[in-house]
Design a protein around this ligand. Structure first.
Ligand SMILES: Nc1ncnc2c1ncn2[C@@H]1O[C@H](COP(=O)(O)OP(=O)(O)OP(=O)(O)O)[C@@H](O)[C@H]1O
Length: 472
């Protein structure tokens, strides 16, 4: 079949000689390269010279393993196995290529290799541009998700759809004077949400007074909340003391941990909320109040009512607009954006761009976060302090978060700090993981940053078992 098609060609072209063949090869856009068995370049067409930027005669006779030791053609020459449609990065000239290579055999012996490939740097650049555009689109989408939310809500990080619903409802109720009850586990951001609501209300220029009912001893809570008059009790300050309710006049009072308030205190609080006036302890004057109430709790108030621990009348008074913030384990999509937000604070402080390694991303996504966002924030802060370079690695996390294998390592084998091979491997592994993390898992960008060939890159990610994460 092949000899037939050649026969037809020779009929059309009468003078079939080497010059003509070379002219044809020089006029095609793809690079054609012929190597002999020791990788010496025995033929290169004009396209190759164009890529290199030097005339062909300068490369003829040169050994490719000296110019481009990781080139696909060399691997084909050594293995004897042809390769088709394979992409390759030419480190010496900094271009991405795609092509094929096949060995030349004579008496079953490899005597050389032919490589045909094209420069796809423009395509790679376009795909990189596409990646960048996607990133921008993602960012704009994020902005759009927040489009209905007032500016003060931008501080509240989280794109989880359920969370967004909560934020939208919060934004709707914010400009009103309605009482809001924020529910959610400890550390989910109830305080942050209360601040966002206050800051987007008409009261934003007036005080937001926070009271943590669980942190104030029962005996002091009443006077803390309502204030006292001089001589109200032994040890009372001269001139009395203004209470938190009075302080919040014109603004908002945030009653945190409302479920931890004693039953008798609940009755006093209810009276103040109903009457909208307060009487200082030991005083006989009522003080009119203009306040907005935001309460929060991590307790199961409904169960507490059943158990006789929480007053149902106060519950109904507070539960006018309930807002529930999901625990972090139920909105895992928010973990990395939150971690990045905290990282950006530390990065700003130290003037460095601190980055999470892919392994850390994986660990964070897997973990259940019983302490919610507060725990995440603490862990990021801890890691930023103990890290030595720009990258946060698993070893910078608290021991309870680290994978067992990395904890066990020192027990099983004594690390020799002078073992050069091990040290180089460690650095290689860390750099590749870091390059992937910084490039958002864009392999081409990572390869370029690392300055290694695509093949070497793949060999190494297999060798070190580096697992890329979904884009953070
Ligand atoms: N969505 C969020 N965006 C940014 N920071 C957040 C977010 N949620 C929580 N945080 C941060 O996490 C920490 C804990 O938040 P916050 O105090 O509001 O939680 P909480 O639910 O009120 O906790 P507790 O019930 O223990 O009072 C704070 O430092 C806060 O800045």
């Amino acid at each position: 079949m092949k000899s037939n098609s050649h026969a037809v060609t020779t009929k059309i072209i009468q003078k079939w000689d080497q010059d003509l063949l070379f002219k044809i090869l020089d006029n095609i856009d793809d690079v054609v390269l012929v190597l002999d068995s020791d990788t010496t370049i025995v033929y290169a067409n004009e396209s190759y010279a164009n890529i290199l930027g030097v005339p062909v005669y300068k490369v003829l006779g040169c050994r490719l393993d000296m110019i481009e030791p990781d080139a696909l053609a060399i691997a084909v020459l050594r293995s004897g196995v042809a390769s088709h449609g394979q992409s390759d990065y030419l480190t010496s000239v900094g271009i991405d290529t795609i092509g094929s290579a096949f060995p030349l055999l004579e008496n079953e012996k490899i005597i050389g290799c032919v490589a045909i490939f094209k420069n796809i740097s423009e395509v790679v650049e376009l795909s990189r541009e596409l990646e960048r555009t996607k990133e921008v689109a993602g960012y704009l989408q994020e902005q759009l998700n927040h489009k209905n939310l007032p500016l003060s809500f931008k501080e509240f990080i989280g794109n989880n759809p359920h969370l967004q619903e909560t934020l939208e409802l919060a934004a709707k109720v914010a400009p009103t004077n309605s009482t809001v009850l924020i529910r959610g586990e400890s550390g989910v951001g109830k305080g942050v949400l209360a601040t966002a609501i206050h800051n987007s209300s008409k009261r934003k220029d007036k005080p937001l007074i926070k009271v943590n009912s669980a942190a104030i001893p029962e005996t002091l809570l009443e006077s803390e909340l309502f204030g006292y008059d001089e001589g109200a009790f032994s040890g009372a300050k001269k001139g009395g003391k203004i209470g938190k309710f009075e302080l919040a006049h014109g603004g908002t009072i945030f009653l945190d941990e409302i479920g931890d308030m004693s039953f008798s205190m609940q009755a006093k609080l209810l009276r103040v909320l109903q009457e909208k006036e307060v009487e200082r302890v030991g005083g006989n004057k009522t003080i009119k109040l203009d306040i907005r109430v935001i309460a929060a709790t991590n307790r199961d108030l409904e169960k507490m009512i059943k158990d006789g621990e929480f007053r149902s009348d106060l519950y109904y008074r507070l539960n006018i607009v309930p807002l529930h913030i999901l625990p972090l384990r139920e909105r895992k999509d928010d973990i990395i954006p939150l971690a990045k937000k905290f990282l950006s604070h530390f990065s700003e402080d130290c003037g460095e761009n601190i980055i999470l390694s892919p392994e850390v991303v994986k660990i964070m996504q897997k973990y259940e976060w019983p302490g919610n966002v507060r725990e995440l924030q603490n862990i990021v802060e801890h890691a930023c302090i103990v890290r030595t370079g720009r990258f946060i690695e698993a070893r910078h996390l608290p021991a309870y978060l680290r994978p067992k294998s990395s904890l066990k390592e020192p027990e099983h084998r004594q690390l020799n700090p002078y073992d050069l091979k091990e040290a180089i491997e460690r650095i290689e592994r860390d750099l590749i993981a870091a390059a992937l993390a910084t490039s958002n898992n864009n392999r081409s960008v990572a390869i370029r940053q690392l300055g290694i060939s695509r093949r070497t890159f793949y060999e190494k990610i297999n060798k070190y078992n580096i697992v890329e994460q979904s884009k953070a």
